[in-house]
Design a protein around this ligand. Structure first.
Ligand code: SAH
Length: 476
């Protein structure tokens, strides 16, 4: 380590920036966040610098002679004015003991700027001593995706109560344990979820010795998406990496589970061929028991937890048990499969209405009032419709839907083994058989003609389709 990382307080301190191009602008913009008095010296300044000056965030001055400009009093000097000014300013600043940075010229710098992850009060800085800024930026992108957006709010909340705790608890290790509980438990989770009022009240209660949630964990109901791990949300990824225990079912792919914390306990609560599946009541019990043990629990569900996922039941059970629950949405099968098949679920005039529905059991399928679903401009995305597809086809046609309505069946959508089959409503039961094993989504409506599988099979028959026919294998 040759460069020592420090955080410099620049509030109300003068910072001089020489040069008026893009690099000067970037530095001015970043430095203006600190509350420093920024003076930019340039004859030709970027329009954006002028705008910052008009807003009063910086001062803009004409270029000055680098040999004679007064540097004393500057907290930092930054130059991107080009030679010979860069060299002169670097030498003079160093002679005066003022930290100096010459953009992209490490040899003239006494300090360099790291790649920064900015969460308000919480900052992370990554440096490579100037050797490989590209690497630093890559790392930054990785860390960005893991740090909660509201980390700064949590830090501010803790900061606002630090002194109060110090007054109550003189023992340093007791204080540390207190804050660890706050950060890891329901209070931290509430702050990071944007439930600031709730977090503040709970923290104040805890400071006054009232803490009904003491030692209690939290449960996240997390949508794992349809299978492709890249379709996880940043929040889902973060909570997976924080989890102590993960309850997952058969729709969650191994690729998604691989992204979870290595030493998190994994509990399968889905259906396995040939075995009886675990009852919802038992899952509910397991979730609440784990949270009571103080664990950070993730209940990971295929797609979205609130779309045919029984997330509602789990949430209500946990809330009734006094456990904090946070919902992290996921990409539901209809959206993931449609994207993979290049199928626009809504389309002007052709699809004005989209219905997500389940035809799980024959009893469900028979109970459906198909008459409301027969309009030509209504697109149906049918979940769990594999076994009941004959009933679905019959119900719709009898109610008046055109038997030639295009349909698409996707199994294992967004996964490497995805399969798609297209045809018409009257062929639905056959199509489902052809589509093979795995979770299957049925999409039905005029817009199916715009999908890639339809175009591949029938060509771009519809006049308004402009996309060129492509050579394709299966949709993944
Ligand atoms: N909560 C899930 C749905 C669970 S119900 C979600 O939001 O997606 C299970 C049904 O979802 C399956 O029977 C199937 O119809 C559909 N499904 C889930 N993942 C799928 C996938 N990758 N491909 C096709 N259908 C899928």
């Amino acid at each position: 380590m040759r460069y020592f990382p420090i955080f410099v307080d620049l509030k109300d301190r003068p910072v001089f920036i020489f040069g008026g191009g893009e690099p000067a602008l970037n530095k001015a913009r970043l430095l203006s966040k600190t509350g420093a008095h920024i003076r930019v010296f340039a004859d030709h300044a970027e329009a954006e610098l002028q705008r910052l000056a008009d807003e009063g965030r910086i001062e803009l001055h004409p270029a000055v002679d680098p040999h004679s400009v007064e540097l004393i009093g500057a907290a930092l000097v930054v130059s991107s004015a080009g030679d010979p000014a860069d060299r002169v300013l670097s030498e003079r600043a160093r002679a005066l003991g003022i930290p100096v940075n010459v953009v992209d010229r490490t040899e003239l710098c006494s300090f360099i700027t790291p790649a920064i992850i900015d969460r308000g009060t919480v900052l992370a800085a990554i440096g490579t001593e100037g050797a490989a800024p590209v690497l630093a930026r890559r790392l930054r992108a990785k860390i960005e995706s893991l740090l909660p957006a509201r980390l700064g709010d949590l830090a501010d909340l803790i900061g606002s109560r630090r002194e109060r705790l110090a007054g109550i608890a003189p023992d340093v290790s007791a204080r540390r344990a207190f804050w660890e509980e706050v950060v890891d438990g329901p209070i931290g989770a509430a702050a990071l979820a944007g439930r600031m009022d709730e977090a503040t009240v709970a923290l104040d209660d805890k400071l006054s010795g009232r803490d009904p949630g003491a030692g209690q964990g939290v449960v996240y109901l997390v949508g794992a998406g349809p299978g492709d791990p890249e379709l996880l949300t940043l929040k889902a990824l973060r909570v997976l990496q924080d989890a102590d225990i993960i309850f997952h079912d058969d729709l969650v792919t191994p690729e998604v589970l691989d992204l979870a914390r290595r030493d998190a306990e994994r509990v399968f609560v889905g259906k396995k061929a040939g075995t009886k599946c675990i009852a919802q009541r038992d899952i509910n019990q397991e979730l609440s028991a784990a949270a009571r043990r103080g664990l950070r629990v993730v209940r990971l569900k295929g797609g979205d937890p609130f779309v045919f996922g029984r997330g509602g039941e789990e949430m209500e059970h946990l809330q009734a048990a006094g456990i904090e629950v946070f919902i992290v949405p996921g990409i539901t099968a209809a959206l993931g499969c449609a994207a993979a098949a290049e199928l626009p679920l809504t389309y002007r005039k052709e699809s004005a209405r989209l219905t997500l529905m389940t035809a799980h059991r024959a009893a469900d399928a028979e109970a459906i009032d198909w008459t409301g679903l027969v309009r030509n401009d209504t697109t149906l995305a049918i979940y769990m419709g594999r076994a009941t597809s004959p009933l679905v086809a019959r119900g719709l046609v009898e109610a008046g839907r055109d038997p030639h309505t295009p349909v698409l069946v996707i199994t294992n959508g967004t996964r490497p083994d995805a399969r798609t089959v297209t045809g018409t409503l009257e062929e639905l039961p056959d199509l489902v058989k052809q589509a093979g094993e795995g979770p299957a989504l049925l999409v039905l409506g005029q817009v199916v003609r715009r999908s890639r599988p339809w175009r591949d099979r029938f060509g771009a028959a519809i006049s308004r389709i402009t996309g060129h026919a492509r050579q394709t294998e299966s949709v993944t």
